[in-house]
Design a protein around this ligand. Structure first.
Ligand SMILES: C[S@@+](CC[C@H](N)C(=O)[O-])C[C@H]1O[C@@H](n2cnc3c(N)ncnc32)[C@H](O)[C@@H]1O
Length: 307
């Protein structure tokens, strides 16, 4: 019977040889998953024996990882905003850089519910997550708002053009007990008849087509429609921006994840919208400009630093 240490060493060597830049971490995650005890247990108990079933599950996973399959698809799970999301080839694996969109969205909703007077009968704050994929943004936001008891005053839609992605997103909503709070809709961008929205959130595909083919092999396991943003990466995002005058409420805000070098192009697309719009490009946690904050220039400035 092999020990944890032996399997970690052999798995790490194989993955390193196959070109993985995170060979040790990948191996720890895969062995922890195969054993059913998690990565921490594996690191903490290197001399523990590994049973035959877990061993063969681990070997099969390492073989698939050697061919480039992402660890998140092999384990079927990815942590996002402190929550465990089911992941498989139906949708993009949620990325940590998208978490700033959730944080900003929570601030926007909270500002609308607490800074503005809300007499009884005021309509709900209407939020849409466009291109929801696994549901990561909408579901993380719903769990945050539920914790803050704000969910009853929010109407939350999650949209995708992919039937497969939506089926995964629905499963994740059930797993996180927010299936009653998020409506999932199959549509191209914002669904007809649902606008205007107070908050439009979007992590749409933004990688230029030619670059998609040069991404690490792991990305080839993800749906191309989740990554490929057309010749300059901004084809889908530009369509969303063009529709803003009719889809965003008068005091609404759109928050869009973009590529770190796309800020100027997004600012110029917003400048071309009719009626006067502002676009601020905000940095992510590592200081890279990754989020566009778009609203009408007539929007009232916030009274406090809440936004
Ligand atoms: C980059 S992935 C983001 C997934 C998820 N929001 C996340 O952050 O992990 C983009 C998603 O947008 C969807 N998508 C692409 N074009 C779309 C369109 N025209 N209308 C709606 N969804 C679209 C894709 O199917 C994919 O699920």
């Amino acid at each position: 019977m092999a020990t944890v240490r032996e399997l970690l060493d052999s798995g790490t060597a194989r993955l390193r040889a196959s070109g993985s830049e995170s060979a040790r971490l990948d191996t720890e995650l895969l062995l922890g998953w195969a054993i059913g005890a998690g990565r921490t247990a594996v690191v903490a108990h290197p001399d523990a024996p590994v049973g035959a079933d877990a061993w063969s599950t681990f070997e099969a996973a390492v073989a698939r990882r050697e061919k480039g399959e992402p660890v998140a698809y092999l384990r079927g799970i990815k942590e996002f905003y402190g929550l465990a999301f089911a992941t498989d080839r139906r949708a993009l694996i949620p990325r940590p850089e998208t978490e700033i969109l959730v944080e900003a969205a929570e601030r926007e909703v909270a500002w609308r519910l607490t800074e503005e007077p809300r007499p009884a009968g005021t309509p709900n704050v209407r939020v849409v997550d466009v291109g929801t994929g696994s549901g990561a943004i909408a579901i993380a936001l719903a769990t945050l708002l539920r914790r803050r008891r704000m969910l009853p005053e929010v109407t939350l839609l999650a949209v995708d053009s992919s039937t497969d992605a939506l089926s995964l997103a629905r499963e994740n909503a059930v797993a996180h007990a927010v299936a009653d709070a998020v409506a999932f809709v199959e549509a191209d961008l914002t669904p007809r008849g649902e606008a205007p929205f107070d908050l439009i959130l979007a992590n749409l595909p933004y990688i230029p087509s030619a670059e998609v083919d040069r991404l690490p092999v792991a990305a080839s396991f993800e749906p191309r429609a989740a990554l490929d943003g057309g010749p300059d990466g901004l084809v889908v995002i530009r369509r969303l921006l063009t529709a803003l005058p009719s889809t965003l409420a008068a005091t609404g805000t759109a928050l869009l994840e973009i590529g770190f070098d796309q800020g100027p192009a997004v600012e110029s697309a917003v400048a071309g919208l009719p009626g006067g719009w502002s676009c601020r490009i905000r940095p992510d946690l590592s200081g890279r400009p990754r989020m566009a904050h778009v609203e009408r220039s007539t929007n009232p400035a916030p009274a406090t630093g809440a936004r």
